[in-house]
Write a protein that binds this ligand. Structure first.
Ligand SMILES: [Zn+2]
Length: 386
């Protein structure tokens, strides 16, 4: 088994994701020990998103985890994922150099099954600090991969990444829902305990995404019907994993919870526009996972929670507010500032909820006083909480 090279020096303030997650699992903040917390992995698709995540982390002294999906890389690189990785790593390294916190960059849902997947994964190993090797599902042929293939392919990635100091996240089981075009699945399976032991022992991954009932995307259940996670299974699997290696950390995919005040804000703004009844109904039917269930996962030891939907919703809500409030303003910077401010607030909110603050320095605001409010800019909200 290939051990993670902990001596690799990344550029200033850049670290692999596992370093941040292990601190979270052990409740380490500064020089003291607190209770366990989680590091939200923010799926970022634009440079605006990167700016917002880093700003939120700096304000709170949080560990920062920027995740990029295949389709985000396609978007940023105008179809060329390797070029996107080159651009992103340069940009993030320059920003990280000036920051007061630690940042990890992670490939979300990379795979080593397909030829294009392999290419992106290999480029990511060159440019990022952490990769996911999701070999549990063949998304092109819509089938679960045999366990042996998942293990063999994931081990290949570990063998490439661990010597270079990059952490690897594996996936065991099939997750339902649709995050973007790369991860759509109509079926799901729970992670099996016997398979878990074999997978961990034979791949050497230190980060694992088991499937315990979470779903991708903004529609995690039927309207009015809550998503139910299998918390007992989560505990059982973590118990087994800890016996194998107490440095193993678990990852919750599809951990988005909706912000009711943001949904309300969007619906209010949509009501000011014509012919939006169908859109309003869709907003009202979005179903997230209840935060208390995600909290139980964090308490159990899930240290990386993947969130995206609520941040996307916040971004769009802020734009709706800007357009209905001042749509004659012809200035790209105006809308850029409003939506970046909104994203920053969304990230601050999630970092506070996850307990991920005061890790690298004391928060610059009073986290108890922070109130997520799209009627105010991030500057006003910060001022009110200081
Ligand atoms: Zn995912």
């Amino acid at each position: 088994m290939i051990i993670l090279n902990k001596d690799r020096k990344f550029p200033d303030n850049m670290v692999n994701a596992h370093t941040l997650l292990l601190k979270a699992k052990r409740g380490e903040k500064g020089n003291s020990k607190s209770t366990r917390y989680a590091v939200p992995a923010f799926n970022v698709t634009t440079f605006q998103g990167i700016n917002a995540v880093i700003k939120a982390c700096e304000l709170l002294g949080s560990s920062g985890l920027l995740a990029f999906s295949n389709s985000a890389l396609k978007h940023i690189g105008d179809g060329d994922q390797t070029f996107a990785l080159e651009l992103l790593s340069g940009y993030i390294e320059k920003k990280a150099h000036r920051t007061s916190v630690k940042i990890a960059t992670h490939l979300d849902h990379g795979d080593y099954i397909t030829e294009p997947g392999r290419k992106v994964l290999q480029s990511s190993i060159r440019y990022l600090t952490s990769v996911m090797a999701d070999n549990s599902t063949d998304h092109i042929n819509k089938r679960a991969m045999p366990l042996k293939d998942n293990i063999d392919l994931t081990r290949e990635v570990v063998n490439m990444a661990h010597p270079l100091g990059l952490s690897v996240e594996g996936e065991l089981g099939v997750l339902a829902g649709e995050e973007d075009e790369d991860t759509k699945s109509e079926f799901s399976t729970y992670t099996n305990a016997d398979e878990l032991e074999q997978f961990l022992n034979e791949t050497g991954v230190l980060m694992l995404a088991p499937t315990i009932g979470t779903m991708h995307g903004p529609n995690k259940g039927k309207p009015g019907q809550k998503v139910k996670l299998n918390i007992a299974l989560a505990h059982e699997l973590l118990g087994l994993a800890n016996k194998i290696n107490d440095e193993l950390v678990f990852v919750a995919h599809g951990a988005s919870t909706l912000y009711p005040n943001i949904v309300e804000y969007a619906v209010d703004k949509l009501k000011m526009l014509k012919n939006t009844n169908g859109v309003i109904t869709k907003w009202q039917e979005f179903v997230g996972t209840d935060w208390d269930q995600i909290e139980s996962l964090i308490e159990a030891g899930f240290c990386k929670i993947n969130t995206d939907t609520e941040n996307r919703q916040t971004f769009l809500s802020a734009l709706l507010g800007a357009i209905t409030g001042n749509g004659a303003k012809i200035d790209i910077r105006y809308y850029d500032n409003i939506s970046t401010d909104a994203l920053t607030q969304s990230y601050i909110q999630k970092l506070i909820m996850s307990g991920n603050y005061g890790v690298w320095h004391e928060p610059k605001i009073n986290v108890e006083k922070f109130k997520f409010n799209l009627n105010q800019g991030v500057g006003e909200v910060i001022h009110a909480a200081s």
